[in-house]
Design a protein around this ligand. Structure first.
Ligand code: ADP
Ligand code: ARG
Length: 363
């Protein structure tokens, strides 16, 4: 494994790299941070390894542990501000909105375009490091703590934990094809130590109809997921919020007032929420300004097998891009408005008149 000096040399040599690591890890920053260490044993080498070894990274940085966000703030803060496009580091208190009185329901009542809807949040145990600073024993111990909390869930959230260790390849393949399970194929995450001791300590929890799922020790310690076929975002979101609130009663999650919930990758922190639909938009996606439309609504397009994959048959994964500096309900509303605009364009419908042009008085 490359030493910090070697990683720094690789980074310096990567002249064409467009990563945020390359941009913000200046010589001054490097010299200031190179001898620091967190109480979890995290070092700068762990934070920059993936980006130094993969110059084509977009971000290129992972936090070695929750404390890295403080100890290595001279590198992580500018990366966070750049990625999340915020001018200052502050994050509102958690606010899920009035989940029983949401002003939206199904984003595609006709069922023509939206195949499925999913909302997830990442969460980290406050008392454990992130993958590169974890021992195998700690990973097993953390899995146990998470599993015990999950096994106490009741009602619609009640489910079963399935350890990855010992799960047959056929079951894994089917769960992946159905968009439920993760795998170890992300080279950026691999370089960051995300697959150390794979598959030990990893697993998936889900209820009987697979609408509430929890990933254990994928990229983050915990990913809480609610999903179902069709476009009923309100139902999906409500179930997710219920799940988060129940798990918060049992587990202590890492959070900073300035950065919100902490995650392994700085791109995910804040609300750590990604709300997505798989939606058929072949016409819109072929428009020359598709990227500009997505940027305008702060939404992001991915392929249907997750990050770094391609669209199949004109179906895209469309989700909110921003996670920091806004509340959970605001992140959901951004995704909702963006998706509705894409659907309107796909169907070639007129834009709904604004309340003002209808003669309303906005108080
Ligand atoms: P994450 O959402 O955890 O950031 P990915 O983009 O890799 O990570 O997606 C994880 C999995 O969730 C993939 O298998 C992907 O196909 C699936 N997925 C994402 N959004 C949806 C959706 N709206 N409907 C069904 N599956 C989805
Ligand atoms: N490290 C990768 C990069 O810099 C992925 C970043 C965002 N994705 C994620 N799953 N954390 O391009």
């Amino acid at each position: 494994m490359s030493s910090l000096d070697e990683l720094w040399e690789k980074l310096c040599a990567a002249e064409d790299s467009k990563s945020l690591l390359k941009k913000h890890c200046t010589e001054d920053v490097y010299n200031k941070l190179k001898d620091k260490q967190t109480k979890f044993g995290g070092t700068l080498a762990e934070c920059i390894r993936s980006g130094a070894e993969n110059p084509e990274s977009g971000v290129g940085v992972y936090a070695s542990d929750p404390e890295a966000y403080t100890v290595f703030a001279d590198l992580l803060n500018p990366v966070i501000m750049d990625y999340h496009k915020v001018k200052q580091l502050k994050h509102p208190a958690c606010n899920f909105g009035k989940v029983d009185k949401l002003d939206f329901g199904d984003l595609d009542p006709s069922g023509e375009l939206i195949v499925s809807t999913r909302v997830r949040v990442g969460r980290s145990h406050a008392s454990y490091g992130f993958p590169p600073t974890l021992t195998k024993e700690q990973r097993i111990e953390m899995e146990k703590v998470t599993r015990e909390a999950l096994e106490q869930l009741t009602g619609e959230l009640k489910g079963t934990y399935h350890s990855l260790d010992g799960m047959s390849p056929e079951t894994q393949k089917q769960l992946m094809e159905d968009h439920f399970l993760f795998n170890d194929s992300d080279r950026f995450l691999k370089a960051a130590g995300g697959y150390n001791d794979w598959p030990t300590g990893r697993g998936i929890f889900f209820n009987d109809n697979k609408t509430f799922l929890v990933w254990v020790n994928e990229e983050d310690h915990i990913r809480i997921i609610s999903m179902q076929q069709g476009g009923d975002l309100a139902a999906v979101y409500k179930r997710l919020v219920e799940g988060i609130k129940e798990l918060e009663k049992k587990l202590d999650f890492a959070r900073l007032p300035t950065l919100g919930y902490l995650t392994f990758c700085p791109s995910n922190l804040g609300t750590a929420l990604r709300a997505s639909v798989h939606v058929k938009i072949p016409k819109v996606a072929a428009m020359p300004d598709f990227k500009e439309i997505c940027d305008k609504y702060h939404i992001q397009a991915r392929g249907i097998h997750g990050e770094h994959t391609e669209s199949v048959g004109g179906v895209y994964d469309i989700s909110n891009k921003r996670r920091l500096g806004l509340t959970e309900i605001e992140a959901i509303q951004e995704m909702r408005q963006g998706v509705q605009e894409l659907i309107r364009l796909e169907k070639g419908e007129e834009k709904a008149p604004s309340p003002k042009s209808k003669g309303c008085v906005i108080l």
